[in-house]
Design a binder for this molecule. Structure first.
Ligand code: SF4
Length: 411
């Protein structure tokens, strides 16, 4: 029997963003670097789960919720969370506490117990093993469910496609039907009554009505098409400025390396990134967390890194120039960038002392602070210097033409 393809909304999103990126992440199993916004979202989702746990008759006080948030936050270091520094992590921590305080201020008096929180659903359907985590479901009565998804990023307005997937799950899952029937045995069919994104940083609820069946059908066909492409091994890269800029796989990607990735696969294979372990799976640290790096260590590292990048840049420029000169190309195209080879005119001073003496004699020394290649070249270009004087100066300089490479993004 063919195993169902394990799928989720985030996998769908990554495939649509770039199939090659999906391949790195889910075929080669190369983990991405920790992202601070995921860590921030995970901590806030955990505390919302704590507040609305349907098994607890009483809602926790704000102080208890803040204490829970503090302990969740302290399970990982700033580096494990993906923050650039301890200061940035502290800003995230303060923002999380602010959100909780304002959330309580606005909503505490209307807290109600939901049907479920952070429910992990795996639905086997149409050859897919569809994994969804439903942040919160409320029972509205009469077999109707309200789906609520918490958002913690910057974007408040968003398209409801993620909720379409949840609508499909809620109305099809036998587990969710059984859950509703345990509350209301008369229910024959579960339907979505309301769906919303709740943006925690601004306490904004973005509500949507149940999507018509036709819309869900079209959305679902799109999901199945993506699944078919994955099964068929279609992973052509779709480079773009934004997705490539923030992609962890740039240094392995064929668009940038010019060759297919044939390196090791599996967790731990990608040496430059660390696996992200969800806080829920982590045991509290039993050994002291490593001391945060000092700013001077960080600065030294950055200087070395910049030096390496400049060396690499220089090496690449020389290789490109050599290849373009060999092939007599003035311009050549990559997939994203264009390289243009021009010539830059420079001069060399054949005898610096004689240049100084001559400049003194011509009363031009005051025009330059020191007779360097640049300042003398400027004099030779200066309209206020007579042609006669320039000719005398020309005798003491040697012109050189050096290749100049311009690499620009293609329009
Ligand atoms: S670098 Fe760009 S093209 Fe390559 S995998 Fe990442 S997003 Fe796709």
């Amino acid at each position: 029997m063919v195993k169902n393809l394990s799928f989720s909304y985030s996998k769908l999103g990554m495939y649509k963003e770039c199939p090659q990126k999906y391949k790195f992440r889910y075929v080669h199993m190369l983990p991405e670097k920790p992202k601070y916004y995921f860590a921030f979202g995970t901590a806030l989702h955990a505390v919302m789960e704590f507040i609305f746990n349907p098994q607890r008759p009483e809602f926790p006080s704000l102080a208890e919720a803040l204490k829970f948030f503090d302990s969740e936050w302290s399970k990982t270091t700033f580096e494990q969370k993906g923050y650039a520094s301890v200061e940035k992590e502290l800003e995230g921590f303060a923002e999380g506490r602010r959100i909780l305080e304002t959330y309580y201020e606005k909503n505490e008096s209307s807290f109600i117990h939901p049907l479920s929180v952070e429910m992990k659903s795996t639905l086997e359907t149409d050859g897919l093993s569809l994994v969804s985590i439903l942040d919160r479901m409320d029972y509205l009565g009469d077999g109707k469910i309200k789906i609520l998804d918490y958002k913690t990023g910057k974007t408040v307005q968003r398209e409801p496609t993620q909720l379409y997937m949840y609508q499909k799950v809620v109305e099809t899952s036998p587990v969710i039907k059984a859950l509703v029937q345990s509350k209301d045995p008369s229910v024959k069919e579960v339907r979505v009554g309301e769906m919303s994104f709740y943006h925690l940083p601004t306490l904004t609820e973005l509500k949507f009505e149940r999507a018509p069946d036709k819309e869900i059908f079209t959305f679902w066909q799109g999901v199945l098409d993506v699944a078919d492409n994955i099964r068929a091994g279609k992973f052509d890269p779709t480079p773009g400025e934004t997705q490539c800029k923030f992609c962890d796989y740039r240094n392995l990607c064929p668009v940038f390396t010019g060759k297919e990735y044939d390196g090791p696969s599996g967790y731990g294979a990608h040496k430059k990134v660390e696996a992200v372990v969800p806080p829920a799976l982590k045991k509290p640290a039993t050994v002291p967390a490593p001391l945060p790096k000092s700013e001077t260590d960080e600065l030294s590292e950055k200087i070395d890194r910049l030096g390496e990048l400049l060396d690499e840049q220089h090496r690449l420029e020389q290789e490109i120039i050599a290849l373009m000169q060999k092939n007599k190309f003035a311009r050549h195209f990559g997939k994203v960038f264009t390289a243009e080879l021009t010539e830059e005119e420079k001069i060399n001073l054949t005898d610096e002392e004689k240049v100084v003496a001559l400049l003194e004699k011509l009363n031009l020394l005051n025009k330059v602070l020191a007779p360097t290649r640049t300042t003398v070249a400027r004099l030779l270009d200066d309209d206020t210097v007579s042609a006669q004087d320039k000719a005398k100066l020309q005798v003491l300089v040697k012109k050189l033409k050096t290749p100049r490479l311009i690499v620009e993004k293609q329009l």
